[in-house]
Design a protein. Sequence first.
Length: 367
Amino acid sequence: MPSQTLPKAVLFDIGGVCVASPFQAIIDYEQKNKIPADWVNFAISRSAPNGAWQRLERGEMKMDDTFFDAFNADLSNKSLWQEFNETVNQGKGKLKDAAMKNPSLLGDPVSLKAEQSNAEPTDQDKGSQSTSSIGQISSKKLSSEIPPEAPAPTMTSLSSSKEALTSENSQSKSLPQLPTIDGRALFWSMMDAARSPDPYIFPALLRLRSFPPEKRPILGALSNTVIFPPGHPYNRIASVPASSQSTPSAPSTSPSSQASVSEDSDPRSHFDIFVASAEVGLRKPDRKIYELAVQELDERGRQNGGSGIKAEDVVFLDDIGENLKTAKVLGMRTIKVQLGKTWRAVKELEGIINVELMDEKTRRSKL
């Protein structure tokens, strides 16, 4: 591959890329508690842009009782529950697919937003037609302009209203009971799931990191994050001991290397720049957070003696389609990380940067 086509920087998402995705934790929670599939994703996504989850990821809420109360409220929203059931019953679901392509939990609710009509209600909708008829009959009696049967529309309207009310009550009775969800327990199960390093991408990151700075791309992280309470152990992600990163050949890149993983170092130590949504007050897929990441990559590149970095010099890995769209619009090259097939993303990255990132055993088992 010609050297001029090599990217100057590789930008990684964290959840669902470098570490396991929390999506499986949601599925497991729903199955264990007999909650309709995809309800959690739907509720979180449709609570955007100012739901508890989104506000937490922008750093607007602390991870305390206030957050968990608000999160529980989002998960028990009666209006959303009715909308969810209507969506499913009308065959417009496939919510899981939509959520995977687009920000459900971790903040990308665009494709799950319902269409909203801007049309004003008609006079008939407002009932003004019936009111007008009654007023005319009262003032003009049996005027020749109004036949004796004029009151009939009023009775029809009343009958229609009665039928509509009966139908509404019927729908209300047929609506399944809103499930009770322990938002705190669900949240921590999701956080637990995201503690495990991905068996292919995480070792590939360590492999890249092990090379001298002048012989590798700049490594960055761009992630929708949350801030744990001070001193909480989840302020860190699993990582290997720093001593094993001293030479290019040191880190093992096979899935079995997880046996040597520890949790003693800051996740930021694996990256040259780290853009966290909860710290900058922006979330993917907001264009501004990508521009901020490019700016920080550019500054690091210049510090290393380079000529600077633009969006087209970056390759970005993410598991959410909507997040990748914004990156493409800005000019980045993108790699979609597929749940359960993350090794494919490593293979694609190898082709782009012209560096082998999987050991031979792993390569033979996957290629």
